[in-house]
Structures are given as C-alpha cells and as structure tokens.
Design a protein around this ligand. Structure first.
Ligand SMILES: [Zn+2]
Length: 235
C-alpha cells in the first residue's frame, strides 16, 4: 500500500510559517530541500523510507538558508484587485469592477475585471489565454506566410518547462504567460516555433531562419534567461 503523503506541509521559518511542497522520490538517497523559482516555494524531497516528520525536522534545521533564499525571490503576484501585472511588457493595474458590462476590459494601463471577486483570478487567467490565442495566432500566421508555410492549429497552455512547441503536423502551442513579456520576446518564441515548420531541428539553417523572422532573437533569449521564470509568479 502506498503511504499517504500530504502534498504540502508547513514549517516554521523565523517568525512565519512557510508552505512547503512535499514530494516523494524513490530514487533519492537523502532528504532534499530546494527552492522552485517559478513557484516561489521550497520543495522538500523525501526518499521513500523517510517520514514527513523527519523531512520537516530537516527543513527546520535549514531555516536560515530557507529564509535567505526566500527573501531573494521576487514575490508572487496573485490576480486580485490592485495587482500590478504586465501586458506585453507594459505595467497594468488590475481593477475589480463588479458591474462592468464586459467581463474583462484593458484600457489605459488598467485591466478591469467584472463579476464576483472570488472569480477574478480565473476570469483574468481565461482572458489572458484568449488574448494569447488571438495575438499569438495572428502573429504566427503572418510569420508562417512569409516562409510559405501554414499553421494548422494554435494551442495555448501553461507549461512549466517550455514557452512553445511545434508538432510535425503544423500545430503550434504556446504558454499564455508570453502575453506578460515584451513583444520582441513573444515574437522570438513565435519565430522559433514557426521556423520549426521548416526545420525540425536546431541546426545552423534553423537559426538563420529564426534570425530572418525575428532579428532580435539574441536579446529575446537573454531576456528569457533573466526574466523567464519570473513570468510564473503571476496568477
Ligand atoms: Zn526549438
């Protein structure tokens, strides 16, 4: 029978309780503790023979390290009234407008969200996904036309590990979080996936094609290395 392991636990760090994600890894030799940058949370890894209590004692013994590591992370930004959230790299203020007619409206540096406050987060996320489908879809089709290719389908996801992907049948998928990034970053990821419609590899011909579709590819790669994981702290 499998051990019941809670997915989360709390540990005392300084004056506050910190939530940990608990994972069991049968191959782990010892208890491990690391920070997941994109989640902004510590992850406790337990070998299958160690108990949660042992893991938590270990985490407590590393309280100073935890405190230091957590203090260096950019804070999580929940989708709530008053949150500051970028749209295509430009700062926007999220406003809850319960009686607004449109479910979500972006105007003049504000994103107004209608409806019940408890649904604001879900509404805004859905809106970002719809915007991603619209904006990324139009840009991807335009880029594909330039190299005489057709995009058969655009899927929007919330992948943890990749910003985009391309399947051999011409369907492309992208993370909605790219809508938070500046346009040149978005264009680079689109150019990258569109170029895969011709070259299903990362060889020199592929990179020349990306360069043709998006001359700012180097700056965009740099931006993603520096700020990419930060896009996961929203919502
Ligand atoms: Zn690629």
């Amino acid at each position: 029978m499998k051990r019941a392991i809670p997915a989360e636990a709390r540990v005392r760090v300084g004056a506050r309780d910190v939530k940990l994600i608990v994972k069991v890894n049968a191959r782990a030799r010892r208890i491990g503790l690391r920070i997941d940058d994109s989640l902004g949370r510590p992850v406790l890894v337990l070998p299958s023979r160690r108990s949660v209590a042992e893991g938590l004692r270990f985490a407590e013994s590393r309280a100073q390290w935890l405190q230091h590591s957590l203090s260096r992370l950019p804070p999580h930004v929940a989708f709530v009234d008053g949150a500051r959230v970028p749209y295509l790299g430009l700062p926007h203020l999220v406003r809850h407008r319960p009686r607004a007619r449109a479910p979500v409206l972006r105007h003049d540096g504000e994103i107004k969200v209608a409806g019940q406050p408890q649904h604001l987060g879900r509404r805004l996320t859905e809106w970002f996904r719809a915007e991603a489908k619209r904006v990324i879809g139009a840009r991807a089709r335009r880029m594909a036309e330039r190299i005489n290719k057709t995009v058969t389908r655009i899927a929007i996801r919330d992948g943890r590990t990749r910003w985009g992907s391309c399947s051999p049948n011409g369907s492309l998928s992208f993370s909605w979080r790219l809508m938070l990034a500046p346009p040149f970053v978005l264009d680079y990821v689109i150019a990258h996936e569109v170029a895969h419609l011709v070259e299903m590899n990362h060889g020199p011909r592929f990179w020349r094609l990306v360069e043709r579709l998006c001359p700012q590819q180097e700056a965009a790669q740099h931006w993603l290395r520096e700020h990419g994981s930060g896009l996961h702290r929203y919502g």
